[in-house]
Design a protein around this ligand. Structure first.
Ligand SMILES: [Zn+2]
Length: 206
C-alpha cells in the first residue's frame, strides 16, 4: 500500500485521504489522489493513500464485515495510527448506482442518509456510521463518490480536485464547511440537514 505523508512547516490538524476502498474503484480514484499528493498543503500533516486495495471482493463499507476484511482492518489501522482530525473517503460508482446512492428513501431502505449531488454526479455524504465511531465529535469526516464514466473528463477531475483542495488547505472544521457552503450553497444545506436528521444532536455535520 502506497502512502504519501506531507508535513507542513506550521503545525496543525492531521488529515487522511483514502481512495480505492474495495473492488477495483482505485482505477478511478488513485490518479486523482496522486495529483493531490503533489500539491501544497496548508498546515499540519496530510496522509494520502491513493489505493487502499487494488482488486478485492466488493464488500460494502456500511457492513461490519468490511472492517474484518484485510482492507478494512488496514483502514482502521491507519485511523488509529494517524488519528486524523479530517477524513476524506473517495469512492467511484457505476452509472447504474446513482439512483440508489441518491435515493431520498435511502435511510428508510438501508438505514443511512442519501448522498447529495454537489455537481455533475460528484456526490457527498457522511461516512459509514460504524466507522464514524472511530472518530471524535470534533472531527470532520466525509465520503465523496465520483462517477466512473466521467472520471477521465478534465472538468470533472478539476472539480473534484477543487473539493479535495479545500480539505487539503483548511485548518478548522468550520472553515471546511464555510468553503463548501460558498461553492455549493443549496447542496450543502441539504447535506447538512440530512446529517443532522440522522445523528440528531449527537453529532454536528460532518
Ligand atoms: Zn466504493
Amino acid at each position: 500500500m502506497k502512502l504519501h505523508r506531507l508535513i507542513a512547516p506550521k503545525g496543525g490538524p492531521t488529515k487522511l485521504f483514502v481512495g480505492g476502498l474495495h473492488g477495483t474503484e482505485s482505477v478511478y480514484t488513485a490518479p486523482i489522489l496522486e495529483i493531490l499528493a503533489t500539491e501544497e498543503i496548508g498546515t499540519g500533516e496530510v496522509i494520502i493513500v491513493p489505493c487502499l486495495v487494488e482488486n478485492s471482493k466488493y464488500i460494502a463499507v456500511l457492513s461490519e464485515e468490511y472492517y474484518q476484511s484485510q482492507e478494512g482492518t488496514e483502514l482502521l489501522r491507519l485511523i488509529h495510527d494517524y488519528k486524523p482530525d479530517f477524513y476524506f473517503e473517495l469512492h467511484a460508482y457505476g452509472e447504474q448506482s446513482y439512483s440508489r446512492l441518491t435515493d431520498p428513501e435511502r435511510e428508510i431502505k438501508i438505514g443511512v442518509p442519501p448522498f447529495i449531488d454537489l455537481v455533475d454526479g460528484i456526490l457527498l455524504g457522511s461516512i459509514a456510521p460504524i466507522l464514524r465511531r472511530e472518530f471524535s465529535e470534533h472531527d470532520f469526516c466525509v465520503t465523496i463518490e465520483v462517477p466512473k464514466c466521467k472520471c477521465d473528463k478534465a472538468e470533472i477531475k478539476e472539480e473534484l480536485l477543487q473539493i479535495l483542495r479545500i480539505g487539503l488547505t483548511i485548518a478548522t472544521k468550520r472553515e471546511a464547511l464555510e468553503k463548501l457552503r460558498i461553492r455549493y450553497p443549496a447542496q450543502m444545506k441539504r447535506a447538512e440537514l440530512l446529517f443532522q436528521q440522522y445523528y440528531r444532536n449527537r453529532l454536528k455535520p460532518f
